[in-house]
Design a protein around this ligand. Structure first.
Ligand code: S3P
Length: 435
């Protein structure tokens, strides 16, 4: 796709059914692939990242039928049913695919290699390699195991106790999935406060997993607690909905509704941050869909003020920081983002890339080691040429900034949105009213 050039519309109106949640879609494929039975997954996100998970489990011998654009049948092979893949497993741009699979493959009796695109190969992997090695995994990679490709010689695994030093759901999930093939229980403490979709799904599949505020205990499956296939409807992705929430909040004449969004409390930090900034938000029709809370979210034009985004809320909004930074740029007063050093380990170094884009739009932004300080400009951004650096969330954050910018904004490499939100550009066109 060539570059996209946008200008600010007069009005934003509409109901946007955002695609299925990316984290839950990955887990629906990866966990059901090692379950017993067939799972019917609806509202699956057909984004490039989740399709990488589908391709990898197929290469490991699990059958996945795509029965509709957003519908899959995953035929589980059981905990020991994967077969040695005949080639390296390509995880594309997807950290979730690579890290969760590393956990699943560490205890399989064969050799496998996980790799990905240039962005994924530059991201840190020691965070999973060190604890997996402590469980008995034989796993190696470039930079002493810190960079993919990762080579895994499957081996028998122990359980044990691991204190998570960073709030990462990919690390937590890699260890929980490794523990499915371990000989003793796995106990996780420390930063277990990241998104908990893996824990919820494992429990719903029948595993013996206990979660309290300060620890997670997973006991090795027995015949009675081995994972059984779990059919589910994937709720809408709050990380995708957040683009529309910010769009509505910063645009002077806007009302946007996102029905059916996942409202798992480990994912609702962006709503909390926007409320703290004074956004007009209504959450309606809250319900439970399978293991996940879901609701409809309506956001209207708002007068935003600066805020502090830090501490416990960071893991609950980590993927939304690029678009929250756009909200901060349109707010009255300063916004401080800290404790977010994890942003440097994402698809791009999002402290550097977000700061570069906002500066190009005329915003005074100071990157720091673990975040940034953004001086609000009360809605006056200048159109500019902005690079997505192939990072899906940057491409979409810049599109939202363009909705309130003076003049034209051109986004380079807009096709990157397909990683998590195929159809984003069409949805953007549909909510703009100019008459
Ligand atoms: C994800 C976890 C988060 C998040 C990513 C998806 C997941 O990464 O940023 O987009 O599905 O587990 P970390 O585990 O690195 O924090």
């Amino acid at each position: 796709m060539t570059n996209i050039t946008l200008t600010a519309p007069k009005r934003l109106r509409g109901v946007i059914h955002v695609p299925g949640d990316k984290s839950i879609s990955h887990r629906a494929v990866l966990l059901n692939a090692v379950a017993t039975g067939t799972a019917h997954i609806t509202n699956f996100l057909p984004g490039a990242d989740c399709l990488s998970s589908v391709a990898c489990v197929r290469a490991l011998g699990a059958r996945v039928d795509q029965t509709g654009e957003r519908e899959l049948l995953v035929h589980g092979v059981g905990l020991n049913g994967f077969q040695e893949p005949v080639d390296v497993l390509d995880c594309g741009n997807s950290g979730t695919t690579l890290r969760l699979l590393a956990g699943l493959l560490a205890g399989q009796p064969f050799f496998s290699v996980l790799t990905g695109d240039a962005s994924l190969r530059s991201r840190p992997q020691r965070r999973i390699v060190t604890p997996l090695r402590a469980m008995g995994a034989q796993i190696d990679g470039r930079a002493d195991g810190d960079r993919a490709p990762l080579a895994i010689r499957g081996s028998s695994l122990r359980g044990g106790h691991y204190q998570l030093p960073i709030a990462s759901a990919q690390v937590k999930s890699a260890l929980l999935l490794a523990a499915l093939n371990a000989s003793e229980p796995l106990v996780l403490t420390g930063r277990i406060d990241s998104r908990d979709h893996t824990e919820r799904m494992l429990a719903a599949m029948g595993l013996d997993i206990t979660v309290t505020t300060d620890q997670i205990v997973l006991r090795p499956p027995t015949a009675a607690t081995a994972p059984t296939a779990l059919s589910l409807r994937v709720p809408g992705d709050p990380s995708s909905a957040a683009f529309w929430w910010v769009a509505a909040a910063i645009h002077p004449d806007a009302e946007l509704m996102t029905p059916g969004v996942c409202l798992n409390p480990t994912r609702t930090g962006a709503l909390d941050a926007l409320r703290a900034m004074g956004a007009t938000i209504e959450v309606m029709n809250e319900r439970l869909e399978g293991s996940e809370p879901v609701g409809d979210v309506l956001v209207r034009s708002s007068m935003l003020r600066g805020t502090t985004i830090a501490g416990e809320m960071i893991p609950r909004l980590i993927d939304e920081i690029p678009v929250l930074a756009v909200a901060a740029a349109c707010a009255e007063g300063e916004t401080v983002i800290r404790d977010a050093q994890e942003l440097r380990a994402k698809e791009t170094d999002r402290i550097a890339t977000v700061a570069a884009g906002l500066s190009a739009m005329g915003v005074a932004v100071e990157p720091t080691v673990d975040g940034m300080i953004i001086a609000g400009r009360s809605g006056i951004l200048h159109g500019a040429t902005l690079d997505s650096y192939h990072d899906h969330r940057l491409a979409m954050a810049w599109a939202i900034a363009a909705l309130v910018a003076r003049g034209e904004t051109t986004i380079l490499e807009p096709a990157a949105v397909a990683v998590s939100y195929p159809g984003f550009w069409q949805a953007l066109a549909a909510v703009q009213e100019d008459a």
